[in-house]
Design a protein around this ligand. Structure first.
Ligand code: SF4
Length: 272
């Protein structure tokens, strides 16, 4: 991929974006977006992130219909009631709520789904307490008939098992380092999220995700022999390589079992 096709996640105050071709613009001031982005070519902007829920998103309701919007939570245990003020965005935009996996995040997930927001979990490297909370959310996702919206990464991994076409978490969670870069508030460019401290990869600019996984992301010995390598891609070994994957492997196993059960149920269902 040519470098100019990279998507840069950039703070609003660093616009105009010069030669950058594709942008995800993040801000805590949604009202400033329409004016600031009026000077950019619309096709360059592939999404916006609202990084504070304690704000008024009403100016975006009728602006740029169809443009994807992410609402990024910081403290899910206290911020989930703020989702109610952003539901009107759903009328004109694909909207997703990014929820960090921190103590108390399950209630935020349930609130988001009840309000019809898809969810992307910012899962980090969960400790045992958070693995238990993740397991309750997975149970909710798999067995509550009221869950009509995707909760990622569960949905992407479940589909990968069901269709027997695994997709690595880097792609499921839209953190593919093949094309995503991050511009910090100070203007410094880095890889995104958990890869931010990776300075030099030695990979060619056109290297695909498969090469990234093989050479960099899943180079840890435990990944090489992991039964979930193709669904994970080494995701949970970042940023700390000594992270104990026992808990996340258990969650992968539950998703695999659910996919097997789903396929068995569908195959046993009478054809009409
Ligand atoms: S679950 Fe852990 S060991 Fe397995 S591929 Fe992912 S990061 Fe590697």
């Amino acid at each position: 991929m040519p470098m100019n096709e990279l998507i840069h996640n950039i703070p609003l105050h660093h616009l105009p974006a010069g030669s950058i071709e594709k942008l995800i613009v993040r801000t805590c001031e949604p009202a400033a977006l329409p004016t600031a982005l009026a000077k950019e070519k619309p096709e360059r902007v592939v999404g916006v992130q609202i990084v504070s829920l304690d704000t008024d998103s009403e100016p975006l309701n009728a602006w740029a219909p169809g443009l994807p919007v992410e609402l990024v939570m910081v403290d899910p245990a206290t911020e989930f009631p703020l989702l109610y003020r952003h539901t009107a965005l759903l009328d004109q935009h694909p909207v997703r709520v990014v929820i960090p996996v921190q103590p108390g995040f399950a209630k935020a997930v349930k609130t988001a789904v009840a309000l019809d927001f898809p969810v992307r979990l910012d899962v980090g490297q969960p400790d045992l307490t958070l693995i238990e909370e993740l397991a309750t959310v997975l149970e909710f996702y798999l067995h509550q008939s009221t869950v009509a919206q995707p909760i990622e990464y569960f949905q992407g991994v479940l589909l990968g098992f069901y269709q027997q076409e695994p997709v690595a978490l880097w792609a499921v969670l839209d953190e593919n380092p093949q094309w995503l870069r991050y511009i910090g508030d100070d203007g410094t460019e880095s890889l995104y999220g958990r890869l931010a401290r990776v300075a030099e990869t030695g990979l060619a600019s056109e290297a695909g995700l498969g090469a990234w996984i093989e050479r960099i992301l899943a180079a840890h010995g435990e990944c090489q022999s992991c039964e979930f390598l193709h669904h994970c891609g080494g995701y949970f070994k970042w940023p700390c390589q000594d992270y104990d994957c026992t808990g996340v492997k258990g969650l992968f196993g539950q998703l695999r079992d659910a996919a097997v059960e789903l396929r068995r149920d569908l195959e046993a269902a009478p054809t009409l």
